[in-house]
Design a protein around this ligand. Structure first.
Ligand code: SF4
Length: 419
């Protein structure tokens, strides 16, 4: 909903840990050696549900989102529930993430009618460990947060982005810093003990000092998780057009790099650990849903533009809410709304797995990678390893491959060579 895609830069370095809080999951990941295309595969998956409406469109946003269409909400609720009924693969659910868009712009009854049936599935299972809903500070009122908590949602993710009013205006955000504090207060009083704040750095006009002020203001609210993404100028967005016209000026790359470098020091000193290139968490509060993506595990995507990755097949729903409600209103059929479908070959899956694992502070667990993919990382990535170990962007030994602090600054460059 409010972050800016993959980070171009990241923050070095992280302290080596001996008490990995994710040990049970790491063991589970290591045990996943079966063929992901196996139709009898029954291990748990993540669910993502995309609710595309927002109050207005932010200039930097390239997610599929559009200003709320009240006339379409009843049809959207019906369509989502039909898609859930037809596409539920019947596998155990590990995590649920309600995103968008801004789920909390929907009226409370629509939110209940969408989240309720999913919550019912979650209640029937014992293994769901995380149930997140995204929210905007300006649209998260007491009624909706209480409703979400009552339905079993146990994690909130707020698109805070900045605590500087001028930067929020550049980003077209509708809230002010006071809304963020109030949203955090409401979240805690509704009983949420797992809350994320998204922040963006590299905003035109931002300085290292103003970025640090935002970081410190976020820390002062004691969120359990903080995601720090660099602003991306995505093709087709209003912000990119403004940049081309010279109406906004990107932050100098060296200054942006300094913001990234200072981020980790600030957050580690405040008790957070960087577990992924752009993500920091208090112990035990890593985002389990996003870890499914970063481990290249399986997930079901529901709603317009949502992507699924199941049994080695990636598919994407059309990013068109009208076409989506029409297709499901006509009684349809997953096929009518799928615009991309790709069956990934064994090597393709292995390469994507490596790229995702590189995002994590733990990097690539070489023996686990071989058990899961059937490929020896040292052989498959020999040219990339030689190049980037020599160049100081990767460190590698017999059991682990990970980005160096400098490599995290240039992560995309390294990852390209693994694909
Ligand atoms: S709130 Fe803004 S950034 Fe978030 S999804 Fe809506 S338009 Fe995009």
């Amino acid at each position: 909903m409010g972050t800016a895609g993959a980070a171009r830069y990241t923050v070095p370095p992280c302290h080596p840990r001996t008490d990995q809080p994710l040990q049970p999951d790491r063991l589970r990941m290591a045990a996943m050696s079966t063929d992901p295309t196996d139709p009898s595969r029954e291990d748990p998956i993540g669910w993502y549900v995309h609710l595309p409406f927002c109050t207005t469109k932010c200039g930097y946003c390239d997610f599929y989102s559009l200003p709320t269409r009240p006339d379409l909400i009843p049809d959207l609720v019906r369509a989502l529930n039909r898609e859930i009924e037809q596409r539920d693969p019947g596998r155990p659910i590990r995590t649920v993430f309600i995103g968008g868009g801004t789920p909390t712009v929907l009226p409370a009854d629509a939110l209940r009618d969408i989240v309720g049936p999913i919550a019912e599935r979650v209640r029937r299972q014992a293994g769901v460990i995380e149930f997140t809903c995204e929210a905007n500070p300006s649209s998260a009122d007491e009624l909706k947060l209480d409703l979400l908590r009552d339905l079993g949602v146990n994690r909130l993710s707020f698109g805070a982005q900045s605590f500087d009013p001028a930067e929020l205006r550049v980003l077209d955000r509708l809230h002010d810093p006071g809304h963020i504090s109030e949203a955090m207060r409401l979240a805690r009083s509704a009983g949420f003990d797992n809350v994320n704040l998204d922040l963006i750095f590299g905003v035109p006009g931002q300085t290292v000092e103003s970025w640090l002020r935002s970081l410190r203001a976020a820390v002062a609210l004691s969120p359990d998780h903080i995601a720090c993404y660099s602003l991306m100028y995505e093709e087709g967005t209003a912000l990119t057009k403004q940049r081309r016209l010279g109406l906004v000026h990107p932050v100098d790359e060296d200054i942006e790099a300094e913001m990234f470098e200072r981020t980790e020091a600030e957050l580690v000193a405040a008790g957070y650990e960087r577990y992924e290139i752009s993500n920091f968490a208090r112990p035990g509060r890593q985002c389990r849903h996003n870890l499914i993506y970063w481990r290249n595990e399986e997930y079901l995507g529901i709603g317009p533009s949502a992507v699924s990755y199941l049994r080695g097949v990636r598919q994407k729903n059309r990013a068109d809410v009208k076409a989506y409600v029409d297709a499901w209103g006509a009684g349809n059929v997953a096929g009518g709304i799928v615009i991309e479908r790709e069956e990934l070959g064994r090597e393709h899956r292995a390469r994507e797995t490596a790229v995702q694992w590189l995002r994590l502070a733990d990097g690539i667990d070489v023996p686990a990678f071989e058990r899961r993919t059937g490929f020896r990382a040292g052989d498959l990535f020999e040219p990339a390893l030689r190049r980037h170990v020599t160049g100081g962007l990767l460190e590698a030994n017999a059991t682990n491959i990970r980005l160096t602090p400098r490599g995290r600054l240039l992560a995309n460059q390294v990852m390209m060579d693994f694909l």
